[in-house]
Design a binder for this molecule. Structure first.
Ligand code: PEP
Ligand code: MN
Length: 358
C-alpha cells in the first residue's frame, strides 16, 4: 500500500480533521433530513447513515435498505454535504455508487471476513470505482486481518483508502463498549505512515459521555478525523440510542476539542528525541545486566537441582516493584505489563541455562 492518497473532498479543508457525522441508521425520510439539515447548519460537511445494518441478533432493526439511498440523495441536494454509508455485499456497493454516495465504509463484522472483503473489492474494480473507502477494524484485535482487508481494496485500485478505529469486542461488560487497545491503531500508523486513521468514539465508548474524552484522546494521538453518531432525537433511535447525540450537542463537543498543530512538532523535538534515544539505550543495557544476573541464578538453581519458578519470590518481586513504579507516577496496568514481560524473559533465559550442555 505504497501509493495511498488522503481522503479529501473539494471544498473541505484538507488540513483540519475530517469530521463525519450522522445517525447510526437511516430510519425515516424526516429523521434523515432533520438530522442532516441541523448538522449542516453546524458546519458538518460529510454525512453518515447506515442503510443496511449488520445486527448481532436477528429481530433488531436491520436498516431501511435501498429506499434510504433516495434520502441520502436528498441530503446532498438540500445541504451540499457529502454522503457516506456502510457496504457489505456486491449489491450494496452497486446500489450505493449508483445513488451517488461519496464515501463508503466497511463495518467491523465485514472487515473480519475475507470472502466479503474480496467480493467488495472485486465489485469496486469491475465498476472502475474511484471512491474513498474507510475500513473499520475487525471486531477481534487482529491487525493483520485489518491490513488484509485494506490490501484487498488497494489491490482493486482504491487509493483514497483509510482506516477507522472503532475498538475491539471483549467478553463481558467494561467501561467501553469496545476496548480501544490504542496500541493497535498506533502500530498500524507506524507500519503505514501514509494511511489516514479516523477514530469512531461512538462505537468505542458506547455512551454519550465518552464521546468528548475519546475524541480528544484520538486528536492528541494524531488521528486524522472522527466519525461520530448524531441523531435528531437520540433517545428514540432504532439502533445505538445510548451513544448518539443531537447535532447541537455534537457541535458543542467539537468546539471543546483542541486540535494539535502537527506542523511544528518535528524540529522542535529533536533534542528531546535524542534524550529518549539515549535513555532507551541505557534501559536496554540495564535490562541486559538484569538478564545476566538471572542467568547466574539459573546456573545456581541447576547445580542445586532447584526448579526455575518460585512463585512466592515472584509475587514479592512483582508487588514491591509495582508499588515503586506507581509511586513514581506510572499506571498499575503499565507496571504489571512491564514486570510480567521482564519476568517471562528471565524465566526463558534461566530455562536456556538449564538446557545448556555441560
Ligand atoms: C456503524 O457504524 O453504525 C456500525 C455498525 O459500526 P461497526 O461496524 O463499527 O460496529
Ligand atoms: Mn452504530
Amino acid at each position: 500500500m505504497e501509493n495511498l492518497q488522503p481522503i479529501t473532498f473539494d471544498g473541505i479543508d484538507a488540513d483540519s480533521p475530517l469530521i463525519i457525522a450522522g445517525p447510526c441508521s437511516a430510519e425515516t425520510r424526516s429523521q434523515v433530513l432533520d438530522t442532516a439539515t441541523r448538522l449542516a447548519e453546524k458546519g458538518i460537511k460529510v454525512f453518515r447513515a447506515g442503510i443496511w445494518k449488520p445486527r448481532t441478533k436477528p429481530g433488531g432493526f436491520e436498516g431501511v435498505g435501498s429506499e434510504g439511498l433516495e434520502w441520502l440523495k436528498e441530503v446532498k441536494e438540500l445541504t451540499g454535504m457529502k454522503t457516506s454509508t456502510e457496504v457489505a455485499t456486491r449489491a450494496h456497493v452497486e446500489e450505493a455508487l449508483a445513488a451517488g454516495v461519496d464515501l463508503l465504509w466497511i463495518g467491523a463484522r465485514t472487515s473480519a471476513n475475507p470472502f466479503a472483503m474480496q467480493e467488495i473489492a472485486d465489485t469496486l474494480q469491475a465498476m472502475g470505482a474511484d471512491v474513498p473507502v474507510l475500513v473499520k477494524n475487525p471486531v477481534n484485535p487482529d491487525i493483520e486481518l485489518w491490513i488484509g482487508a485494506m490490501q484487498r481494496l488497494y489491490n482493486a485500485g482504491i487509493r483514497r483508502l483509510g482506516a477507522i478505529h472503532r475498538g475491539f469486542s471483549t467478553y463481558g461488560k467494561d467501561l467501553y463498549r469496545n476496548m480501544p487497545l490504542w496500541h493497535i491503531p498506533i502500530e498500524l500508523s507506524v507500519r503505514y505512515p501514509q494511511l489516514q486513521i479516523i477514530c469512531d468514539p461512538s462505537h468505542i465508548g458506547g455512551k454519550r459521555e465518552l464521546i468528548a474524552p475519546l475524541s480528544q484522546q484520538a486528536l492528541d494521538m494524531g488521528f486524522h478525523g472522527l466519525i461520530i453518531e448524531s441523531h435528531c432525537n437520540p433517545d428514540c433511535a432504532l439502533s445505538d440510542a445510548a451513544q448518539q447525540v443531537t447535532p447541537e450537542v455534537l457541535s458543542f463537543i467539537l468546539n471543546t476539542l483542541v486540535v494539535r498543530d502537527k506542523s511544528h512538532s518535528a524540529e522542535n523535538l529533536t533534542l528531546l528525541r535524542q534524550q529518549i534515544d539515549g535513555i532507551d539505550n541505557e534501559l536496554l543495557e540495564v535490562l541486559n545486566k538484569r538478564m545476566k544476573v538471572s542467568r547466574e541464578i539459573g546456573r545456581y538453581k541447576k547445580e542445586h537441582r532447584m526448579p526455575v519458578l518460585q512463585s512466592s519470590r515472584f509475587n514479592d518481586v512483582i508487588a514491591s516493584r509495582r508499588k515503586l513504579g506507581e509511586d513514581m507516577g506510572m499506571s498499575a496496568e503499565f507496571m504489571k505489563t512491564v514486570l510480567l514481560a521482564i519476568h517471562e524473559e528471565s524465566v526463558r533465559q534461566q530455562i536456556e541455562v538449564l538446557n545448556e550442555r555441560p
